[in-house]
Design a protein around this ligand. Structure first.
Ligand SMILES: NC(=O)c1ccc[n+]([C@@H]2O[C@H](COP(=O)([O-])OP(=O)(O)OC[C@H]3O[C@@H](n4cnc5c(N)ncnc54)[C@H](O)[C@@H]3O)[C@@H](O)[C@H]2O)c1
Length: 317
């Protein structure tokens, strides 16, 4: 068990996702100190000034400053949002080569500082880069976490809540698998406060639930493409998802979130980081939660694992 002191967070990459995460962290008062690092120093320095001008109105006085890799030495959490982002029409997996090179460099510099905390990765393809971070860092698997399907699950619960007329917090459902085109909607256990969807739907929804389910799953899967088409990139949703994971870690919450975690036999797979429900606390990923899957969901999850493995394996032979 590690004993990470303090609540210092170092954010590497202050582009659209990183700066939105910084804003969200400040507004939720999650950490004591937030250090920003980016290749584009000018942008980060501007963000630091801008964010500090809002601290007066935040719930707590977070110290925000521009920093260097040596600042990672005593950080509880290093969050990486740096790298190339998805261009219109580009899949997340196509980003892999560019971002693998960037990650080798970044993770190397973080580890050289003497860092001994937890990594949280958002850069795409997130599952593959989380695995790469685990390999490059040499840290125990529980201390390297990817945002995985945290955002996809939020989109799923939002759309289901919207359809059934309840808050997303009353919807219990997960998206697992690759954060990308092969992700899997786990319908078999989806429920609204314990009531299976089909029973809840029977009350006041006359439409064919099966058709609606297909429509919602497609909307979740293609949400990023639609947002990128509309405004160039997606950042608020993932920023809030990253903040949620950061809170779970720093406040030792033991909360179950769909994050990218290393499988070591769970769901019948090993040596792969992929989106699964996991208990997250101050140690990182305490354990992967093997929710029951229908036969079809298991088949789809296997396809998702194999898709990632095919892309990932050439880098590690
Ligand atoms: N996991 C998710 O659910 C999710 C959601 C949205 C976006 N993303 C991913 O997040 C990443 C960032 O997206 P964005 O929109 O913020 O991109 P962006 O281009 O706005 O920002 C990327 C930042 O990384 C910095 N950077 C690049 N190389 C660096 C290095 N070697 N060291 C330090 N900083 C470096 C750039 O200067 C830039 O500020 C992308 O990979 C994107 O696909 C993930």
């Amino acid at each position: 068990m590690i004993d990470i002191k303090g609540n210092k967070v170092v954010l590497i990459g202050t582009g659209a996702v990183g700066s939105s995460y910084a804003f969200s962290m400040l507004n939720q008062g999650v950490c004591d100190e937030l250090v920003l690092i980016d290749l584009n120093k000018q942008k980060s320095i501007g963000d630091v000034m801008d964010l500090n001008h809002g601290v007066l109105y935040a719930p707590t006085t977070t110290k925000v400053r521009f920093g260097k890799y040596t600042d990672c030495a005593d950080a509880a959490l290093v969050v990486i949002c740096a790298g190339a982002n998805q261009k219109p029409g580009e899949t997340r997996l196509e980003l892999v080569e560019k971002n693998m090179v960037i990650f080798k460099n970044i993770v190397g510099q973080v580890m050289d500082s003497g860092f001994d905390g937890i990594f949280l990765i958002a850069t795409n393809p997130v599952d593959i880069l989380t695995y790469a971070t685990w390999k490059f860092s040499g840290l125990p698997k529980e201390r390297v976490i990817g945002s995985g399907t945290i955002l996809d699950t939020a989109r799923f619960r939002y759309l289901l809540g919207d359809y059934f007329g309840v808050s997303p917090t009353s919807v219990h459902a997960s998206i697992i698998g690759e954060h990308g085109d092969t992700e899997v909607a786990v319908w078999s256990s989806a429920n609204i406060s314990g009531i299976p969807l089909k029973d809840y739907a029977a009350h006041d929804h006359t439409e064919n639930l099966e058709d609606k389910m297909i429509e919602i799953a497609v909307q979740v899967r293609d949400a990023a493409y639609k947002i990128i088409e509309a405004k160039g990139s997606t950042y608020y949703g993932i920023a809030m998802g990253l903040t949620r994971i950061s809170r779970a870690i720093l406040q030792n919450q033991d909360v179950i979130l769909t994050v990218s975690a290393l499988l070591e036999g769970e769901f019948g797979h090993e040596n792969i980081y992929i989106g699964v429900p996991a208990v997250v606390n101050r140690q990182g990923v305490r354990e992967v939660v093997e929710i029951p899957l229908s036969e079809r969901e298991k088949e789809l999850f296997d396809i998702s694992v194999n898709t990632l493995k095919k892309i990932q394996e050439p880098f590690w032979i």
